[in-house]
Design a protein around this ligand. Structure first.
Ligand SMILES: [Zn+2]
Ligand SMILES: [Zn+2]
Length: 303
């Protein structure tokens, strides 16, 4: 048994699995690379701003370029890429080829993709896309009527190796993301305000010549303090959500976190109108509870 192996997740949006859209894997990979590229951009801009002429007033401060820009770029790029792919899938009612992303003929329950010739079963393809796009579906896909003729479209083993399963692939239900997003945005807003304030005061007080590495270190401490505060806050929110999931046995709306006790198994959330499937919701919340456990608590547990 491998040392780090976890028990198989209850319900995952996971590129390792069969029936995962290849274009979704590609998007996830791009989103995973963006923070490094944005960080590099921030570093380059930081040195340019630090070394550029002292007479000019910068609207961007080196400290902001170093800390806030990578965060901001990552958030915007990630959001845009997923928004695009989700919108396209919704537009074609989730009938897209799993391998090449081409639209499939919705009139035929089974057939071959016109682009890459992959055989498909429409119900399974739609199930896979819906799950990848965070739409409520059953935990298991519809049964493949003929696995010989319609084999599963797996992403290649190569791509699986590039996406280790405990690395950035924890699925966070929307209700949780929403509750933390507000705090994340407030912190970015505070940093941006600091930055603008700094630009204005340094211009007004003619401090531009004194701005150097010492100044960067001072401000780094301010940013670091904010970062530590936000990490503590996120940890607090995470613990509270996980406790709620455990107390209510995962019987919660994925979009707003409302308890679904006493409601039918497949219906719409009375609070926010999001359609749900109780079985799927429960397994997703339980997977959230399990997969957000820190690695040092999981280490070797199921070896
Ligand atoms: Zn295709
Ligand atoms: Zn809801």
């Amino acid at each position: 048994m491998p040392f780090f192996r976890e028990q198989p997740p209850l319900h995952t949006w996971h590129p390792h699995e069969a029936l995962y859209p290849a274009s979704m894997v590609k998007t996830a990979r791009i989103v995973a690379i963006v923070p490094y590229l944005a960080g590099l951009l921030g570093l380059v801009l930081f040195f340019i701003l630090l070394n550029s002429g002292s007479g000019k007033t910068h609207t961007l401060q080196p400290a902001t370029v170093f800390y806030v820009l990578p965060l901001f770029v990552t958030a915007v790029v990630g959001w845009l890429l997923y928004f695009r792919i989700h919108r396209r899938a919704r537009k074609h009612t989730y009938a897209l080829c799993l391998r090449c992303g081409r639209t499939l003929d919705k009139q035929r329950p089974q057939g071959q993709c016109s682009g890459c010739n992959t055989p498909y079963t429409l119900s399974r393809v739609q199930w896979a896309w819906q799950r990848a796009c965070e739409q409520p579906t059953t935990t298991c896909p519809p049964i493949n009527p003929d696995p010989e003729t319609f084999p599963e479209t797996n992403p290649s083993k190569r791509s699986a190796r590039f996406m280790p399963d405990r690395f950035g692939h924890v699925y966070l239900p929307r209700a949780f993301r929403r509750s933390t997003l507000g705090w994340g945005l407030s912190i970015i807003a505070v940093l941006a305000t600091l930055d603008i304030g700094l630009a204005v005061t340094s211009h007004a007080m003619d401090l531009q010549n004194n701005l150097g590495l010492d100044w960067f270190v001072t401000w780094s401490l301010v940013y670091l303090a904010l970062l530590v505060c936000s990490i503590i806050l996120m940890a607090f929110l995470l613990i509270r959500w996980k406790k709620r999931v455990r107390v209510l046995d995962g019987d919660l709306c994925l979009a707003c976190g409302q308890q679904l006790l006493g409601l039918p198994n497949v219906a719409q959330c009375p609070e926010c109108g999001q359609p749900y499937n109780r079985e799927a919701n429960k397994s997703i919340w339980k997977a959230f509870d399990r997969s957000t456990k820190p690695w040092f608590l999981r280490f070797g547990k199921n070896a």
